[in-house]
Design a protein around this ligand. Structure first.
Ligand code: HEM
Length: 174
């Protein structure tokens, strides 16, 4: 996975829990404490999963809590700061989420070895969207957390739930 994911996790941990905790997390996942992650660098998916595992261990939180914290930080803090144009061109969470397939294709187009997740959208009714997640990584729970983070960013009440390993349901209030 691209280094941007590890970089964002590092910022979240350092801002909220301090440098020492991040050093311990890096250490626990077998990275050097001085490891810096460049956004387009390549990190083995296995090492990303180790970083997540080490984060849970060091901070004494569950994987779901880690995903929720990461999802909110990525969607409401990190991505708005670093990829602001995508937010500026979407007036609400619905608009933004519907762009996610093309945004992942566009942002990873010039990144060698990127395997972005892809998304299909199907409306169940005018407020209920079913998103099919296409990725080998099996991170549907993270997808739910990231989507809740989009709701936080747009200050909307979104009801987001996992349907199965490849599908989630979003109910918008409008
Ligand atoms: C402008 C905002 C966003 C940008 C620029 C962005 C970009 C990226 C990039 C570069 C990766 C790594 C891909 C790779 O290493 O091959 C990634 C992974 C991922 N993104 Fe986003 N993303 C954004 C927002 C979101 C949102 C809002 C969601 C959910 C609704 C989401 C869902 C995911 C998931 C689940 C992954 C993990 C990889 C996988 O499951 O295969 N992203 N994203």
């Amino acid at each position: 996975m691209k280094g941007v994911i590890a970089r964002c996790l590092g910022q979240l941990v350092i801002e909220n829990f301090g440098q020492e905790k991040w050093d311990a997390i890096l250490d626990g996942a077998g990275f050097d404490k001085s490891a810096k992650f460049l956004p387009i660098s390549d990190i083995d998916d296995k090492k990303i999963f180790e970083l997540i595992g080490s984060t849970c261990k060091v901070l004494k939180i569950s994987q779901q809590q880690a995903f929720d914290a990461f999802g909110e930080y990525w969607s409401a803090v990190y991505a708005p700061k670093n990829y602001g144009a995508y937010y500026a061109s979407a007036k609400n969470a619905k608009d933004f989420i519907l762009k996610m397939d093309s945004v992942h294709v566009a942002t990873t187009k010039n990144m060698p070895n990127a395997h972005p997740p892809r998304f299909n959208f199907k409306w169940d009714n005018d407020k209920t969207l079913v998103v099919t997640y296409l990725s080998q990584r099996g991170l549907i729970d993270l997808l739910v957390s990231l989507t809740k983070g989009v709701g936080k960013y747009y200050k909307e009440e979104l009801s987001v739930s996992r349907l199965d390993a490849t599908r989630m349901k979003i109910v918008f209030s409008y």
